[in-house]
Design a protein around this ligand. Sequence first.
Ligand SMILES: [Zn+2]
Length: 258
Amino acid sequence: MERPEIPLWPRRDVRFIDSHMHLDPPEDISGVARSVSSEAVLVVCGVDRRTSEGAVAASAAYPWTVYPFVGLHPSEAEKDKDLSWIAPMLELAKGLGEIGLDPSYSPTGEGSAQLNAFRFQLQAAEAARVPVQVHSRGAEAQVMEVLGSFRTGPLLMHWLESEDVLPAVVRRGYFVSFSPALLYSKKLQRLARRCDPAFTLVESDSPVAYAPLGGVHGPALVPSVAFGLAEIWGISPVEAISVTSANALRYLGADSKG
Ligand SMILES: [Zn+2]
């Protein structure tokens, strides 16, 4: 399959980048595109075949706005054991995700569908050398162990919650992203304080809704996350937006192009 001609980074006026979100339903990009300023860039992740196709289709419709990532989420691993679509679809995408391990959905031990899918997809990412987005909730140590045997492109630990693995995450040069939960979670605020600002990104994980913030959701929350980081790091909000956007471009491999 041929990679479509999507300009990698044509814009110099970008204000913020939502580094991790999903379309819901996968066909509906119009609402998301309307809900944010035209300067936003959205990294849209798949969780299964249908949503991965949706992310690729959304980038064809909005090439200046959408960076499509494709992959099989840990929640879907038991439902879809046919992984043959992943490598060809990766050819049409900018990266692999959302992939990972999460014992709250199904087992993650040796021989499990989750672990097989995670390893299979990391192999594909190794071959394609694309950026990867990893979900690690409740399996952080195991995820770090598995990742240790693969050489992928730049790696993002999306919505990382474990302080235990943070030293290894920093040592390996993985990126970490914060969701709007940063604005009320003391644990995430502690984590952010220990993160390297040069490897920190911001995300909405849309369509996740944040009850403590009144049930809001969507990429328009992303500047607020950067403002939260600004407070924690003791820098200005504008600086925080600019730093996290530059980090996202580096992560996406788009910082030297366009
Ligand atoms: Zn997600």
